[in-house]
Design a binder for this molecule. Structure first.
Ligand SMILES: Cc1cc2nc3c(=O)[nH]c(=O)nc-3n(C[C@H](O)[C@H](O)[C@H](O)COP(=O)(O)OP(=O)(O)OC[C@H]3O[C@@H](n4cnc5c(N)ncnc54)[C@H](O)[C@@H]3O)c2cc1C
Length: 411
């Protein structure tokens, strides 16, 4: 291919493989560099090994699930939408299914089917996959010139696509190399922080470790301003270090470093205070002269009862028939607003996603090209965009990878 544009893609994850395959399909001569022996190591563990590859919704709805820089993604998501992603994988022979919350998975429930399909898409298009770690991206006079690899040294390329991922789960190969490439070329990188990550908290979490709360409402407030940063209904669980589960991971995406937060748990979000009070009265009538610890068993998971009673200042052995109106009120408040002080996020290594990265202001949204260095593109998690759980992050990797691959192949 003498006239083909020579493209290097750094990183064989979701975004890198999409970018490489797309550039090759658009006529470029593409070399994909992956430091691991196999491509797609992180992709293979997504969705607990089932790979929630996208969310079956339209672009406007999608952007409601992107707390960080959603507007930057509009052009690439419109050009390659969740529907396009689904059609793409089905055309590669991977049948898909849509589950609760419009989450899309392969029918086989095997993330490896997505990895294999992307790998085959690359190889089928003529992409050369090399195992090598890239040390540097080189540029001269405002344009990219190539890369420096661990094994081969300096190599010249017309275009370079950086798809090295973020900082989370570094054992999969994503150790933030791309952020260093950007910074050394004078490209602004915003501070990185863990997102979609469990939260650390003290008691009673450790003693409730293993308990799952379903159909609760979790509200997280800034402790100093009392401002709500997140509120949603769903599921959470207690762990030895604090709290985790879908609601907690999503809440973490709204929490900024250096601030203090409190988790407020509404154990009965479907009942307003009046209805809940009537329910308490009816339960106490039913349990007559029993201790409070027994009278609450229809209302709460067993493990939770003593903690809610303690929070309400009620002796667990007080008879429910003699509970004062004030104490009943205090119990009601504890049920609607059980509070846990958050001590911080778990480390970035345990985060599903890295928040922060290459500043979106540095890139052209349609092409993912750097505004500072011609011929240099970024895609996927290395960019300062991140979303909630539900298939949104992989879709971002696919859409931005697609955009970079199309643009980099242009003569
Ligand atoms: C446990 C877990 C579960 C997840 N589940 C889901 C899910 O179900 N749905 C969803 O939407 N998102 C999920 N995510 C998020 C999703 O995995 C990421 O958003 C996505 O993988 C980002 O793709 P990427 O291509 O940007 O980066 P990555 O997938 O991290 O790929 C980057 C690649 O670059 C390689 N690399 C890095 N530096 C170099 C270098 N210097 N030279 C050569 N190669 C290099 C790495 O080895 C790696 O293979 C999950 C994340 C985790 C950790």
């Amino acid at each position: 291919m003498p006239d083909a544009v020579n493209v290097a893609v750094i990183g064989g994850g979701a975004s890198g493989m999409m970018a490489a395959g797309t550039a090759a399909a658009n006529g470029a001569a593409v070399t994909l560099f992956e430091r691991n022996e196999r491509v797609g190591r992180k992709l293979a563990i997504t969705g607990k090994g089932r790979c929630n590859l996208t969310n079956n919704c339209d672009v406007n709805e999608f952007l409601n699930h992107v707390p960080r820089n959603p507007r930057f993604l509009y052009a690439s998501l419109t050009a390659f939408s969740p529907a396009d992603t689904m059609a793409f994988f089905e055309s590669l022979g991977v049948p898909l299914k849509t589950e609760r919350g419009r989450r899309v998975f392969p029918v086989s429930d095997k993330a490896y089917d997505i990895v294999d399909a992307l790998r085959a898409y690359c190889l089928g298009g003529g992409v050369r996959i090399m195992r090598d770690r890239i040390r540097e991206v080189t540029a001269e006079g405002g344009g990219v010139t190539g890369i420096v690899t661990e094994k081969c040294g300096a190599m010249k390329f017309d275009r370079v696509i950086v798809a090295t991922g973020g900082l989370s789960y570094p054992l999969t190969g994503s150790s933030g190399d791309g952020l260093g490439f950007a910074q050394r070329l004078g490209i602004k990188v915003t501070d990185t922080t863990p997102s979609l990550v469990p939260l650390e908290a003290g008691e009673p979490c450790a003693s409730l470790s293993g308990l799952t709360l379903k159909n609760i409402r979790l509200t997280v407030k800034d402790s100093s301003t009392e401002k709500t940063v997140y509120t949603e209904q769903g599921e959470m669980l207690f762990a030895h270090f604090g709290i985790t589960g879908p609601l907690v991971l999503s809440a973490s995406a709204h929490m900024k470093p250096g601030k203090e937060y409190t988790a407020h748990i509404d154990m009965k979000p479907a009942l307003d205070e009046e209805t809940l009070d009537a329910r308490l009265l009816s339960d106490f009538k039913k349990y007559g002269g029993r201790d409070m610890i027994n009278a609450c068993r229809d209302l709460l998971p067993q493990a939770m009862i003593t903690h809610i009673l303690a929070f309400a200042g009620i002796d667990p052995h007080e008879k429910c028939s003699s509970l004062s109106r004030e104490k009943r009120r205090s119990l009601l408040v504890s049920l609607k607003d059980f509070r846990i002080k958050i001590n911080g996020k778990r480390p970035i290594e345990e985060a599903v996603i890295t928040s922060g990265g290459v500043d979106t202001g540095e890139l052209t949204p349609k092409t993912m090209e750097s505004k500072r260095v011609r011929g240099l593109y970024f895609c996927g998690e290395v960019i300062d965009v991140d979303a909630y759980t539900g298939g949104y992050n992989l879709q971002i990797a696919f859409s931005t990878g697609r955009a970079a691959g199309c643009a980099a192949a242009r003569p």
